[in-house]
Ligand binder design. Structure first.
Ligand code: SF4
Length: 403
């Protein structure tokens, strides 16, 4: 495996290549395929991809679109209804109707994914933007997203994609093999699934990840943690890492702000950890809604007791978005207080995100304090790990490393 320093040098070369591709690709069709190339240009608003503007509202198409794909993890009920088992909602869907996420349809007792081969966002990003800070620092990832979501978060940064059904966003027509080939063509190290909730394009995600693994790429995804255990365990067989949003530590927040539930997320975190896959957690702190210090402390204590003290935890800064325009950005002091609470509970790898240049963008050895990975926002500047260990004291750092 190449060293981190060689890797960083190669990254610079690749950045130039990708910028060149963006210009050249405009005439070749590549840029159209990618939708955009925003690599390493992270913005303070989070991992927001560029997406086509939403079209005017319209009813879901009454018939199956081309290349619809039979869904997985559903069961047949009386009267031609089905029950979807992919996420905690376990939708019961009569014939001719859609599931809650609007991405799946019951057609005469067979359940179909309507977004298979129909990505709405394809983009090359830095792996740090997931965020995944303990996985292949400086890697580039080829990200796929589709329309819709199974949550209704009022603060969603990607609402143009996630809060519209398939028929109201611009969809591309790209197969599993084409997406993996594009990832390779762009020189990416991994495929990733993000922007909207990957649970709602489970079948497409699974097949891309499986194909990418066959091609020698890594695979990861960023999820709201709503997937049920059985499909999650199947998916983890073709995934290397997962970033999970733990949006708050109260059922009330999940119900009022996300139209969702906390309990399935906690079970998902335990499932991922139990499966031995690399896990990172993101907690977006929103002023007045989930910034209660006691709740944050309880959350950190639960993470340590249930998952361990070495799971990277990212406290990220909220910026006004979607239906929460009236709230201010999270004060940096609030994020720092949350990080201090996590430290006090004994968590070893605590980061502050969406605050470019903050010291807690970087990684430090929990034993001796040595700087291990220097970052500014999503850009990795320096990598000092030695075969996954602190070069000063030898402490083993959890994660997936280059050497
Ligand atoms: S994945 Fe979609 S259809 Fe299936 S249970 Fe979840 S919301 Fe319902």
């Amino acid at each position: 495996m190449e060293s981190g320093h060689n890797r960083a040098a190669r990254m610079l070369t690749r950045r130039g290549l990708l910028q060149k591709m963006l210009v050249v690709g405009a005439g070749s069709g590549l840029a159209c395929t990618l939708g955009l190339l925003e690599m390493l240009s992270g913005c303070a608003g989070g991992d927001k991809p560029m997406a086509a503007p939403p079209r005017p509202r319209m009813r879901p198409t009454p018939t199956l679109p081309p290349r619809s794909h039979e869904a997985r993890f559903y069961s047949h009920l009386d009267g031609g209804s089905i029950q979807c088992g992919v996420c905690w909602r376990r939708c019961v869907v009569p014939p001719g109707r859609l599931g809650f996420c609007l991405n799946k349809k019951n057609v005469d007792g067979t359940y179909y994914s309507l977004v298979y081969d129909r990505p709405a966002a394809l983009q090359v990003d830095a792996i740090e933007k997931e965020p995944a800070f303990h996985m292949l620092p400086g890697a580039t990832i080829f990200c796929t997203g589709t329309a819709s979501c199974n949550n209704r978060c009022k603060f969603c940064q990607n609402w143009e994609l996630s809060q519209y059904p398939r028929g109201q966003v611009h969809n591309l027509d790209r197969s599993v093999d084409e997406i993996v080939a594009l990832a390779q063509e762009a020189g990416c190290d991994a495929v990733s699934f993000t922007y909207n909730e990957p649970t709602v394009f489970y079948e497409f995600m699974y097949d891309i990840a499986a194909r990418a693994k066959e091609a020698g790429l890594w695979a990861l995804f960023h999820t709201n943690g709503s997937m049920n255990r059985e499909p999650m365990l199947a998916l983890l067989e073709v995934m290397d890492a997962v970033t999970v949003d733990l949006k708050a530590f109260t059922e009330e927040f999940y119900r009022r702000v996300s139209s969702s539930s906390l309990e399935p997320v906690l079970r998902t975190l335990e499932t991922v950890r139990g499966a031995g896959k690399h896990l990172e957690i993101v907690n977006l702190i929103i002023p007045t809604l989930n910034d209660d210090p006691d709740d944050i402390r309880r959350m950190c204590a639960w993470i340590k007791a249930s998952l361990g003290d070495d799971v990277p935890l990212h406290f990220t800064r909220f910026f006004p978005a979607y239906k929460l325009q009236r709230l201010p950005p999270t004060p940096v002091e609030t994020l720092e207080a949350a990080a201090a609470a996590a430290d006090a509970e004994g968590l070893q790898y605590v980061y502050i995100g969406n605050v470019p240049g903050h010291q807690r963008n970087s990684s430090f050895c929990p034993c001796c304090g040595q700087t291990l990975i220097s970052r500014v926002h999503f850009a990795m500047l320096d990598l000092k790990l030695d075969h996954g260990r602190c070069p000063a004291c030898g402490h083993k750092i959890p994660g997936i490393w280059w050497d």
